[in-house]
Write a protein that binds this ligand. Sequence first.
Ligand SMILES: Cc1ncc(COP(=O)(O)O)c(C=O)c1O
Length: 371
Amino acid sequence: MDLSKLESNLELLKSVADRAGVEILLALKAFSFPGAGELVSRYLGGTAASGLYEARLGRERFGGAVHTFAPGLSADNIEAILRHSDHLILNSLGQWRRFQDILGSADNVELGLRVNPQHSEVAQPLYDPCAPWSRLGVPAGTLDAQDLAPFSGIHVHALCDHDYPAFERLLGAVERNCAHLLGSIDWLNLGGGLLITEDDFPVDALVARLSEFRARTGLKVYLEPGTAVALHAGALVAELLDVTENGAPIGILDASATCHMPDVIEAPFTPELVGAEVLPRDMPADEAGAGAMRLGGPTCLAGDVIGTYRFKTLPQPGDRMVFLDLAYYTMVKNTTFNGTPLPAIATWDPVSDAIEVVRSFSYADFEQRLG
Ligand SMILES: Cc1ncc(COP(=O)(O)O)c(C=O)c1O
């Protein structure tokens, strides 16, 4: 992880929050690296948690306020979640009815309701919280203002890796589709999914739109990006273990798409690789041409493919490979499927060029997780 890039992302997010008069939280689901907790807390207002464990991590290791949205509350975890949260956002009115006694007496926790704004921006259904029959949030059109009596705010999350125009359309849709609700609340959480720290993101337009919205409605506004916090702030370094051939060259790495970067398969996308050109993932071997190699992991999964790349000179076993921009949704999602070792986590300070290995993993992590 590149600590300096992480900090410059945080600086930019703080400047947006200050200029627009909104609060920005880190969505821990993307990047729950406790070693960054102190740094994050210097710039952001707190964390957004997905359930008890993230809420506790936010409280104990990150600081600031903890805003929890947990689609599945249970009698076993609700009291602990309340203890570790400043905001608790419910996914249904049924959750309120079922846990009314406990929730109603949690004086220090502001309650919110997740609302589906019934506006889709995400083309891939896997990542679209507003897709038909989505389980996330109460459809705005089915709610009355009285339904919000127990809640001080609403939460809307509908973006994924989006640029400003999608945010502009989403906020417009919220203003139209939730117009009957906005007069009954104090705060609006607009979720994550916005790449505020991407090069050329129109920060001034975002600040102006948020400021105007806030001034007109009087609402307190929260954003909870995950990806944008760690964007371009980490690489995954792998070693080439073997080169084989099946119509075109294949490289087997000690890093795995399915174990270490599962979004590569789920999204799918191909991570940038230093010194190589990204080719289409499904390119047939007979069209690949000179210098092409398909890279994949050491597991049994046939689809454990990181991507297809073109090199000036084909890599050899023992070569190291640096896949870029893999700090977010990787460490938080990785598994030891097939007994595949987890990569060590290291921080790099480009000012001093110091590298610190903050965590390395061994057989014991694999063995002890299941028994
Ligand atoms: C409720 C909620 N908030 C915030 C985020 C963070 O989104 P991103 O990491 O794309 O910014 C997500 C991502 O799934 C989410 O579901």
